[in-house]
Structure formats: structure tokens, C-alpha cells
Design a protein around this ligand. Structure first.
Ligand SMILES: Cc1cc2nc3c(=O)[nH]c(=O)nc-3n(C[C@H](O)[C@H](O)[C@H](O)COP(=O)(O)OP(=O)(O)OC[C@H]3O[C@@H](n4cnc5c(N)ncnc54)[C@H](O)[C@@H]3O)c2cc1C
Length: 567
């Protein structure tokens, strides 16, 4: 195992009983789709809920989601087809029970959103207009304001949460670490938080739901906003939770490639409307790579673009939208058109320069179908979690749906802890000696990590290069993880290093290519790796878990799965 993966338990020294104390039934870390939906469900069951978020509600992957939410709403579509598309995208590693559960819950989750007043674009007969995206065999993507679905969803859920008398939202409240007791099978008791105005605090909770999103910022090229630094993955790992499938990171094929501009995502729905990928010579190349051409799964398109860039010795390729009627384009993609206007690009006249970026963390904190993790008292939902829904690759627009379904499930499940006595302030002590090593150029460590992750642990990976990256991370970690920081910038870099080490180690272990994980030295799927890989800080390497671990549970009785975790 990578030495970084055995580093200290907490990021800072503290004595829990000496810090300001806050008590609640349920603590939710994160206010994206998963966190807000979980908070509403937990409050519905009579719990008092605190939701912490790093910034405001706009700073989440949810807010910036464009394409939409997948659900079976069209009479011509079926649950079986959505299940089958999800399994096809997942590189034979999806957990079938999770897939079926989420897909079957989709229509009810959408109906609930519509009842709550979420605005969606309407089509014939005033029913929701349904778009089609890569990997989907039917039109089943609900969208809002053209390409601002995430904003409509976040605003709807945020409004409901703020109006709920049992829910309090703590903005600018950074969670550093989950607190666990010192029993043999540590239980989550809440979290240590930091607020710029109130400083360090402890929030004690009967149940804690981790909904802190992904880790796109570990890569130099990323569609994710600045908050996506993998804090939840890192703190769960430090707290002793099992993490799964960490090698699988999805790269979005089409982000705007304009020097100086943010790597803004260009939704797949643009290709769904007929846009085509062309190289610098104007050649439409995707039909040579996959039968679905421009609507092939994301990993296939991302690798084809890299290949094309190499063959044409160029830094990017283009998205050709010139044949889409200007009125249709303006109506369907107002946000994208506005973005291009800022760079003086008219998509009805000019091909749009694009290249791939890191987009979605497929792996994460291992959960059961109710969001329970391997740590008692800790639940996880959304992008931070690994339910097995996505397998080795996520089908487009399935993640907002996953956040809704598993967020609700986790919020309802933590009802099982609400009758317990309030969590008393436990005597948790973190003793860390200050480092005597030299001052640190923190931004340099951060950007070096992000660059090497992009170059060597990105779309294409190779065993020797992964070894080198492991050594580099270990070297940087030696003089970064020993420090005690007093602000968010330092804690984020420490979390990024841990998450980078986990992704690199898992990518090195998985000697095969599957889904989003492509090894040039092992270009085919291998039967020996047809398992989920589970990472735990006290183990010397990963343990394998069968693909459908819920089916395994059913065949051996319900206790097997939980007793494997010692619950
Ligand atoms: C540009 C873009 C477009 C996308 N388009 C789509 C799409 O069309 N359809 C689709 O299904 N998916 C899409 N996705 C993916 C989808 O948006 C995410 O997977 C999903 O929104 C994740 O939701 P979440 O609730 O798990 O996390 P997020 O929405 O990322 O929310 C995470 C929350 O955790 C908080 N947080 C994080 N760390 C801490 C900490 N240390 N302390 C306190 N709070 C913390 C953050 O402040 C935030 O509130 C897109 C993603 C991006 C980036």
C-alpha cells in the first residue's frame, strides 16, 4: 500500500470537549442534490438536520450540471431499456441491484420534483421534453432552461430545505474530519468543522450523511468547480470507511478549449442534437471508432479524441454544430451559446474547439442500498459514494438521478438511529506534533499534483508511469501531510494528495482496461479483475468484492453483508 494511505487520523490537533459544541440528530455534509435530498428525507422522519456546505449553494457540481436527469418517462421507453443501457455503459461491473433500484425509482423521483415545482422544459402536450444523450437508447433526459438543469434542481431543493423548520444550512462551513469514538469498531459521532467567523467547532450527530461530491480538482483539466477537492473521500478514508473502485474516473470528452477560459463542459446533448466531432482537417472521425459514432460512451469518445489529437499533432479537436438550425440551437442551448459569445465564437459559423477533462468520480465510499457505509453512524450518497450503480463507467445523466434516489434512501435510513440518546461530547483527542520541516509553497504542490495526475493518471495509464507518480506523491506527502494548516487551502491540498494516492494505487492494482480505466499495458478486460476493489486504511492491499454484492447478501442471508463489515 502507498505510505500516504496510512497517514494520520485527523488533519489537525484538537480536544473535542474544549471546542464549541453543536448538537443535532442528523449532520449532512454537502448541499448538492444528494445532500439536500437526504436532508429533506431525514427531516421528514422527524429529525433535526444541519447541512454544512463549503461555500454557498452555487458551489457544487449539482448547480453546474447541464444535460439533465435520466428517467423513464416516455411511454415508448421502459425500465428494462434504461437498466440495459446503464449496464452496457458500466463495463460489466455495475451492481445490478443498485441499477434496478435507481432506474425503477426514477419516474417517482421525477414526479416528486415536478410536484415540488421544479421547472423543466416542456414538449408536445405540455409533458416534459425528453432529450437523448450518449449511451441512451431512448429519449429520457429531462432538462430545464435548455442546459441549466442543475441550477433549476439546486434552487428547487435549496428552497425547500431553507423553508423546512427542522433543517439549518451552515454556509461557508468546512468539514475537516469525521469524528469517531475509540471503540474496536469505531462509530461516527459527527464532525470537526471550521467557519471563517466562528473558527473550529464540533457538530455531534446521531447520524452523519456524507454528500460532499467528487474530486475533479485532483486533475489539472476538470469540469468540476473549485469545491470538488475530494474532502469527503479523504475524511471517510481517514475515519476507517471502506472505499471502492477508486481507479474509475470519468473524463468528459467535450470541454471548451480556449486559452484562459475555464474548462466549461459542453453537454453531450449537443451531440444528441446532431453535432459532430471533427479534427483540424475537418474530418468527422467518430464513425471509425465506434458504431454509435458521436454518441458512443464517454470513455470511447475521450480516447478517440486523444488519438485524433496525436494523429493530427494538434492540441484539440472541434465540435461541429454548423448544421443545427440557429433557432433550435439558441432555444436548446442558451447557456452554451452565451458562453461561446464571450469568446467571439458563433457555433452556427465556427467549429467549437474542444478537448477532454476529468468530470466524474465513479468510485467512492462503499455503501449498501440504503447508503450505509462500513462505519456505523456514517451514511454516504451522491458522487462521494460508490453504490455500484455506475460500475466502471457512468451513463450520462444517471448521477443526478442517483443523488435523488440514494440521497432520499440515506435520509430515510438514518431514522434507525434517531431514537438513540443524544451523542454526548466524547473525549476525542487528536495529538499531532507541529512539523519542523521547511515552509511550503502550497500552490506549487497543488498544481504539480494536478498536472501529473492529468498527464499520467488520466485517460490513458501505464504501469511504469503509475509507479513514478506514486513515488512523486509520496515525496510531496512527506513534507505536506506532516504540516498542521489553519485554513482551507492547506486542508484541501492534504485531501487532494490522499485522493490522488488512492486513485493512483487503485489504477496500478487494476491490471486491465475496463470502463473509464484504460491501461495501455493491459488494454483488455481481465477475468481476474472482474470485481470491485475495496480500500481500507488498515489493510495492506485491496480486498475484492463480488460484482453484485447485494445478490451475494441475499443468497447468504441479510446479515452477511453487514457482518462482513462487523456491524
Ligand atoms: C459541469 C458538470 C455538468 C454535469 N452535468 C450532469 C448532467 O447533466 N446530468 C447528471 O446526471 N450529472 C451531471 N454532472 C454530474 C453531477 O452534477 C454530479 O455528479 C452530482 O451533481 C453530484 O451531486 P452531489 O450532491 O453528490 O455533490 P455536489 O453537487 O458536488 O455537492 C457537494 C456539496 O458538498 C459540499 N462540500 C464538499 N466538501 C465539503 C467540506 N469539506 N465541508 C463542507 N461541505 C463540503 C460542497 O460545498 C457542496 O455543497 C455534471 C457535473 C458537472 C461538473
Amino acid at each position: 500500500m502507498h505510505p500516504v494511505l496510512h497517514d494520520r487520523r485527523y488533519l489537525i490537533p484538537f480536544r473535542a470537549t474544549l471546542l464549541p459544541q453543536i448538537f443535532t440528530d442528523v449532520l449532512v455534509v454537502g448541499a448538492g442534490v444528494a445532500g439536500l435530498r437526504a436532508a429533506l428525507a431525514a427531516a421528514e422522519r422527524g429529525g433535526d438536520v444541519i447541512v454544512t456546505l463549503k461555500g454557498d449553494v452555487q458551489q457544487s457540481n449539482t448547480y453546474w450540471a447541464q444535460g439533465g436527469i435520466a428517467a423513464v418517462m416516455d411511454p415508448a421507453d421502459t425500465v428494462e431499456q434504461h437498466v440495459s443501457d446503464t449496464l452496457d455503459a458500466g463495463g460489466d461491473l455495475c451492481n445490478p441491484s443498485a441499477v434496478r433500484g435507481v432506474v425503477e425509482a426514477g419516474p417517482a423521483a421525477m414526479t416528486e420534483l415536478l410536484d415540488w415545482g421544479m421547472p423543466v422544459d416542456r414538449g408536445a402536450g405540455n409533458g416534459p421534453a425528453l432529450g437523448r444523450e450518449g449511451g441512451h437508447s431512448c429519449r429520457r433526459i429531462l432538462h430545464a432552461h435548455g442546459d441549466a438543469t442543475g441550477r433549476a434542481l439546486a434552487v428547487t431543493l435549496d428552497g425547500l430545505a431553507r423553508r423546512h423548520e427542522r433543517i439549518r444550512l451552515f454556509e461557508n462551513c468546512f468539514v475537516l474530519d469525521l469524528i469517531t469514538d475509540s471503540s474496536a469498531n469505531p462509530r461516527c459521532l459527527g464532525a470537526v468543522t471550521h467557519h471563517p467567523k466562528y473558527g473550529l467547532q464540533v457538530i455531534w450527530a446521531k447520524a452523519t450523511i456524507l454528500a460532499s461530491g467528487g474530486c475533479g480538482q485532483v486533475y489539472r483539466e476538470s469540469t468540476n468547480p473549485a469545491v470538488a477537492t475530494g474532502d469527503g473521500l479523504a475524511m471517510a478514508y481517514r475515519a476507517g470507511a471502506q472505499l471502492a473502485d477508486m481507479a474509475f474516473v470519468q473524463f468528459h470528452p467535450t470541454t471548451l478549449y480556449v486559452a484562459g477560459a475555464a474548462r466549461s463542459l459542453i453537454t453531450e446533448a449537443v451531440r444528441g442534437e446532431g453535432a459532430r466531432l471533427i479534427d483540424r482537417n475537418g474530418h468527422h472521425f467518430m464513425p471509425e471508432y465506434h458504431e454509435l459514432a458521436d454518441l458512443a460512451p464517454r470513455d470511447v469518445v475521450a480516447r478517440a479524441i486523444l488519438d485524433r489529437m496525436a494523429r493530427t499533432a494538434f492540441t484539440h479537436v472541434y465540435l461541429d454544430c454548423r448544421h443545427i438550425a440557429p433557432d433550435r440551437f439558441a432555444q436548446r442551448f442558451p447557456g452554451f451559446r452565451e458562453l461561446l459569445r464571450k469568446f467571439d465564437i458563433d457555433p452556427t459559423v465556427d467549429p467549437v474547439p474542444i478537448h477532454p477533462s476529468a468530470h466524474y468520480m465513479v468510485g467512492g465510499v462503499l455503501t449498501d442500498l440504503d447508503g450505509r457505509t462500513s462505519v456505523p453512524g456514517l451514511y454516504a450518497a451522491g458522487e462521494v459514494a460508490c453504490t455500484g450503480l455506475h460500475g466502471a463507467n457512468r451513463l450520462a445523466s444517471n448521477s443526478l438521478l442517483e443523488g435523488l434516489v440514494f440521497g432520499r434512501a440515506a435520509g430515510l435510513a438514518c431514522r434507525e438511529l434517531l431514537d438513540e440518546k443524544p451523542t454526548a461530547p466524547a473525549k476525542v483527542i487528536s495529538d499531532i506534533r507541529p512539523s519542523d520541516r521547511a515552509e511550503l509553497d502550497l500552490p506549487d504542490v497543488r498544481s504539480s499534483l494536478r498536472s501529473v495526475m492529468w498527464r499520467q493518471v488520466g485517460i490513458q495509464r501505464d504501469g511504469d508511469r503509475l509507479d513514478e507518480v506514486s513515488d512523486m506523491i509520496e515525496f510531496w506527502a512527506r513534507y505536506t501531510l506532516d504540516k498542521i494548516f489553519d485554513d482551507r487551502a492547506g486542508w484541501e491540498v492534504q485531501n487532494l494528495l490522499l485522493v490522488g494516492a488512492l486513485i493512483t494505487t487503485a489504477a496500478h492494482w487494476r491490471k486491465e482496461s475496463r470502463g473509464t480505466h484504460y491501461r495501455v499495458d493491459y488494454p483488455q478486460p481481465e477475468a481476474a479483475f472482474h470485481v470491485h476493489d475495496i480500500w481500507h486504511k488498515y489493510d495492506s492491499g485491496p480486498s475484492p468484492l463480488p460484482v453484485d454484492w447485494y445478490a451475494d447478501e441475499a443468497s447468504n442471508g441479510p446479515k452477511t453483508y453487514r457482518s462482513r463489515w462487523g456491524l
